[in-house]
Write a protein that binds this ligand. Structure first.
Ligand SMILES: Cc1cc2nc3c(=O)[nH]c(=O)nc-3n(C[C@H](O)[C@H](O)[C@H](O)COP(=O)(O)OP(=O)(O)OC[C@H]3O[C@@H](n4cnc5c(N)ncnc54)[C@H](O)[C@@H]3O)c2cc1C
Length: 467
């Protein structure tokens, strides 16, 4: 692996000037979340001329609102989806290697209160580790009652029989978006935020150009291109309908919410995994910065708003589930921040609960050169990009130059990830975010660079008004 590229200053005026050039693009990518940014890195690494347009800020959609796990998905193993789990476990190892400043191994402990729960979990989680093979990040093992209490100080001791410990990955999702954007830029791509795709123009049955509009000035650009990657997450069908208003729906939207509370409810370094909630899912209580992240939920959300909010029922459900495991009573007054994200679930037409729809991704080519990438998970963004580029090659759109993104270290921006500077962002930090990461507003800085809005809403509001 080569040493990581350095962050570079990025001028919006230069990016806009590139959008004005008449020379056609090899690819225009719509959407600056995990999926679109992953494609931008892959395409730029192949030497292609690529533009990425993001309607709002990078990662402001689902990609900053995840549970922040780089994981195979224990839950998917329970559903028997071995292929998805194995692929994600491979990617977990890759992301640990290419972004060690943003991804790290984390120990999870499942406390067991019922008879036979421990051997059952030990076998399941042992299989999870076996599937990772040499890419395992830590062994699955039994824990005695005392060891469980030592790993998870703060859990309910009554009735505790012991526990099972396993390892997975944790990362900073919004900063990973910024690192991908900086990497794509350093490789020659033109990624720009606050520019929206408002039209797809057809010529001879193919997409000839993309109409992009600068949200700050209203300036409109006609981006002639060989192909378009539609990576608009839960809004992917809206982009497809710019070309065909009658396009059949490809995705179902599900909302998942999180709560953030003080760390002292569970002050150790391991995360708590609750293996079965009332609705048959898992719930995590995870150390995140100086706080605890609790999540998530899964319920239909057909309206797909830009700024989804956790419902009162979701909040109560998570608190109630956590109360069953934590020694100290936890209430809504303890919630420091909360956020919701929308899952773009590829829906091959099966009815049923959103939790039953697979997290696998799909790549669909329409009009010969409109490639939509739907579904998937953060963990597999790199593999999704490889598959999207392969679809473009199969369609004869892009030549077969290859890129080994599994060996491509992402840009390391030391100022951005510095814990002291992030926890108290000042004018210097804000200036760095504007110059090197395309932050356009105080909210971009506080929410998706420093992460304060996701950790402590009251502090974020105070900081935001001071910047
Ligand atoms: C609650 C929750 C928890 C999750 N936890 C995990 C986890 O722990 N680990 C994991 O691996 N995965 C997790 N996931 C899944 C993962 O977060 C998503 O699969 C991933 O973030 C989707 O990225 P995306 O780029 O496809 O979508 P998005 O991040 O939503 O990006 C799409 C972008 O397109 C932009 N856009 C839309 N329309 C236009 C337009 N017309 N013009 C320009 N731009 C446009 C949007 O502004 C948006 O930024 C979770 C998902 C949810 C909802």
């Amino acid at each position: 692996m080569k040493s990581p590229l350095q962050p570079q200053p990025i001028q919006r005026a230069d990016l806009l000037a590139r959008l004005r050039e008449p020379q056609p693009w090899d690819a225009v990518i719509v959407g600056g979340g995990a999926t679109g940014l992953g494609i931008a890195v892959d395409a730029a690494a192949r030497g292609l001329r690529v533009a990425l347009i993001e309607a709002r800020d990078f990662g402001s959609g689902t990609s900053s609102r995840s549970t922040k796990l780089v994981h195979g998905g224990v839950r998917y193993l329970a559903q028997g989806n071995v292929k998805l789990v194995r692929e994600a476990l491979e990617e977990r190892a890759t992301l640990l290697a290419i972004a060690p400043h943003l991804v790290h191994p984390l120990e999870f402990v499942v406390p067991c209160y019922r008879p036979l729960e421990r051997p059952f979990l030990r076998v399941g989680l042992g299989m999870y580790d076996l599937l990772a093979g040499r890419r395992s990040v830590g062994p699955t093992r039994w824990l005695s009652r005392d060891e469980t209490l030592a790993r998870l100080p703060g859990i309910r001791p009554e009735g505790l029989r012991g526990g099972v410990s396993y390892w997975d990955g944790q990362f900073d999702d919004a900063l990973m978006c910024i690192a991908l954007m900086q990497t794509a830029y350093a490789l020659g791509a033109t990624p720009i935020n606050y520019v929206c795709c408002e039209g797809l123009h057809l010529r001879d049955g193919r997409i000839a150009s993309v109409r992009a509009v600068d949200a700050e000035t209203g300036e409109s650009f006609e981006l002639a291109t060989t192909c378009v990657f539609n990576a608009a997450g839960v809004w992917v069908d809206g982009v497809r309908r710019l070309a065909d208003p009658d396009a059949r729906k490809l995705i179902t939207v599900s909302q998942g919410s999180h709560l953030v509370v003080e760390r002292d409810f569970l002050p150790g370094s391991a995360a708590l995994m609750i293996p079965k909630t009332r609705d048959g899912r898992v719930l995590f209580v995870i150390p995140w910065f100086d706080k605890l992240l609790i999540g998530t939920t899964d319920g239909p959300r057909p309206d797909a708003p830009w700024e989804p909010q956790p419902s009162r029922e979701e909040i109560e459900f998570m608190l109630e589930t956590a109360r069953g495991y934590l020694a100290r009573p936890i209430t809504t007054a303890d919630v420091r921040a909360s956020f919701a994200g929308l899952r773009p679930l590829f829906d091959p037409g099966r009815a049923g609960s959103t939790a039953a729809i697979s997290r696998e991704h799909a790549v669909l080519t329409e009009f010969g050169n409109l490639i939509s990438i739907v579904g998937g998970k953060w963990t597999t963004y790199r593999k999704m990009a490889v598959d999207a580029l392969a679809a473009a090659r199969r369609a004869g759109l892009l030549d077969a130059r290859s890129a080994r993104t599994e060996d491509l270290a992402l840009v390391v921006d030391r100022v951005l990830v510095d814990p002291a500077r992030r926890s108290a962002p000042d004018a210097g930090y804000a200036e760095h975010c504007r110059r090197f990461t395309q932050a356009r507003t105080a909210e971009d800085i506080v929410a998706r660079r420093a992460r304060l809005a996701y950790l402590d809403r009251a502090r974020a509001e105070r900081t935001q008004s001071a910047l």
